[in-house]
Design a protein around this ligand. Sequence first.
Ligand code: PTJ
Length: 254
Amino acid sequence: MPLIPKSHPRVKSLLIREKLVEGFDNGLVAKEGLLAQGRGEAFDYLLGEKTGRAASNAIRAAAAQILLAKTPVISVNGNIAALCPRQIVKLSKQTNAKLEVNLFYTNEKRKKTIIRILKKNGASEILGSSASSSRKLPGIDSARRIVDKDGIFAADVVVVPLEDGDRTMALRNAGKIVITFDLNPLSRTSHTADITIVDNVTRAIDLLITQCKKLSKRNQKSLQKIIDDFDNRKNLRDNVMQIKNNLARRAKIA
Ligand code: PTJ
């Protein structure tokens, strides 16, 4: 890894970028995953590179929704495996959510590498690699349509970080509740999901783990109230306002 001085004003962003580059070199990340990261970086910059109030509200609603789920599943792609494998495994253990590897740019070798890294980080069961248990999600043409019958296919709540709009819609049409992390509040995924966390997954994932722990003491009624009070459309608008206000502030000092 190249030496990035701790004093560099953009050290955090550069270190996240290095995780992706390292993940690419180690066979976890698709080439296109590097482009997705670049797009995310641009939105993160506009959002002020911090977890805003809107994102915190979405994280709280997501935690309540995961805790209320009967069969939650976390979908893992290359970028997530490179950025936060330890936290994804921790979240799955803490909430009894299954882990399923599901790739947009399908590649068996990369899938095996991702499974290896999840196991290295403590995962015991990882779905998504057995041909005999695979099922097709209707209404979607990409490789993401192939899901595990005991995982995403049977799930009531699916966490899909850095997702594409087509599968989000297909999952919704299949009756699933979809939670996503997406730094772009304008994306199709953001608008199609039930709960969109507009934040860098590297920041938001720890906050989601903390919220799940905190809310695990609440009863079902109180968790349901948190979900009922959450409005994804409004939350996305709040995120766009956060960008607008940041830009207005910057324009004043420019
Ligand atoms: O590993 P694979 O084959 O499944 O491919 C994964 C990628 C991410 C390449 C694939 O899903 C893809 O092409 O995604 P998109 O359509 O580029 O969408 C990625 C979305 O995630 C964009 O809206 C980005 O702004 C957003 N994003 C990128 N990095 C982050 C992010 N959101 C949260 N945290 C990030 N670190």
